[in-house]
Write a protein that binds this ligand. Structure first.
Ligand code: C5P
Length: 402
């Protein structure tokens, strides 16, 4: 496996400190490890015990704690990290950093480090807009500190505007960018299908399904972030085109297949689209009339299987062909059968039975089924599933996995 990023997380005072617990939890899902320095202000909002439990590590607080200094001095804390992340970064800590103050463990570590530093500010809108804070941020940027956010919206203080701590997944994406993980797939081409297909019955009606396209779009974005030249072939969805990804918009399965075949050769194909299995055998040129009929039957004909076509291509099979299996029971067993039947390399199986909320929802519980066995992933956001899959693909193609 690619070595996990070792993050030294400095949590300063602010109501947003609780979000850092989520940052750690999701970061660990992406394979990162965290050590936490909690400032006196930070400890007013979240207890050291919460950070210790969620990071699985001791939490560091006092500069002059004899035991801390003996076991792990501030120099070693920084030396043993790949990146220092300050989240939330309070106006006060940013000012200390800009002016080189070193009167507690956090500020001393920041002054003494030779590692890259990222800050994610969070504060009241007026404090953020204040010329002093803006000058401090400009100074820090000029010294090479990465600044993530802040976002805008409702603030904890009841006001609205700029000053919200960036969302954990945005901070984690920024961490991965800074650490250069995005380059793991550079030089490789990826093809991703996403969304439903619409199969016309007549000019105004069609057969469709409830796929939102969230997972497929997130996968295309994650592959592109790791440096793959990525084409997303998308059925009709409400999702925005992901940044850095070429997108072909299609409606029907036949169009989706044609767009995929035109994209070959590629190194990686991920078929996340919920392609309609059937289409009306003859789509009417004119709107079908009721003509007083109480029943009407529709002749259906099978659609091409895009995943199987790519996986079984004699001339241009991608090196890694990945499909999804949405199941409502015996998830892994059905996925194993699908792997064989379609001839793909991996199946990401997920349970879409009622009340899992997978369809259209934001989370997904994946079992990665391949010839070498089954990996059970924890429940993750669709973005984190995408990140994890992209990293896993990079590991595989770089030979870290058989
Ligand atoms: O057979 P089933 O629809 O359950 O298989 C799901 C997998 O096959 C998904 O990866 C889906 O994108 C792909 N698929 C396809 N073309 C079809 C049907 C499914 O690419 N016509």
């Amino acid at each position: 496996m690619i070595p996990s990023a070792r993050i030294l997380l400095i949590v300063s005072g602010g109501i947003a400190a609780y979000k850092s617990l989520e940052l750690i939890r999701r970061g660990r899902d992406r394979g990162m490890s965290f050590r936490v320095i909690l400032t006196r202000g930070g400890a007013e909002f979240v207890t050291p015990l919460s950070f210790a439990s969620i990071s699985g590590e001791k939490v560091y607080q006092e500069l002059f704690s004899l035991t801390d200094e003996a076991e792990m001095g501030h120099i070693r804390l920084s030396r043993e990290a790949d990146l220092i992340v300050v989240a939330p970064a309070s106006a006060d800590l940013l000012a200390k950093m800009a002016h080189g103050l070193a009167d507690d463990l956090a500020s001393t570590t920041l002054l003494a480090t030779d590692k890259p530093v990222m800050v994610a500010p969070a504060m009241n809108v007026m404090m953020w807009a204040n010329a002093a804070t803006q000058a401090n941020i400009a100074t820090l940027r000029a010294r090479g500190v990465d600044v993530v956010g802040p976002g805008s919206g409702d603030l904890a203080c009841g006001e609205e505007g700029s000053g919200r701590l960036s969302e954990p997944h945005d901070i984690l994406d920024a961490i991965e960018r800074v650490l250069g993980h995005e380059k793991l797939l550079s030089g490789l081409k990826a093809l991703v299908t996403s969304g439903p297909t619409h199969e016309p019955i007549d000019p105004v009606r069609y057969i469709a399904n409830r796929s939102s396209g969230k997972q497929g779009h997130a996968i295309a974005a994650a592959l592109a972030k790791l440096g793959a030249e990525t084409l997303l072939v998308s059925g009709p969805t409400r999702e925005a085109d992901p940044a850095g990804v070429a997108v072909r918009h299609v409606e029907t399965a036949a169009q989706m297949l044609a767009a995929c075949e035109a994209a070959l050769p590629v190194d990686i194909a991920v078929c996340a689209a919920a392609v309609a299995d059937w289409r009306p055998a003859r789509a009417g040129n004119q709107k079908l009339k009721k003509n007083g009929a109480n029943t009407k039957s529709l002749d259906l004909t099978a659609n091409p299987d895009i995943l199987a076509t790519l996986a079984q291509s004699k001339t241009a099979r991608p090196r890694l062909v990945i499909g999804f299996a949405a199941e409502t029971e015996q998830v892994v067993k059905h996925a194993e059968e699908k792997l064989k039947k379609k001839g793909c390399d991996w199946i990401l199986a997920n349970d879409v039975s009622e009340n899992t909320g997978t369809f259209g929802g934001d989370a997904n519980t994946i079992h990665l089924v391949s010839a070498s066995g089954v990996e059970d992933w924890p429940t993750l956001s669709k973005q984190d599933v995408a990140q994890r899959l992209a990293r896993r693909i990079a590991d595989h193609l770089r030979g870290a996995h058989a």
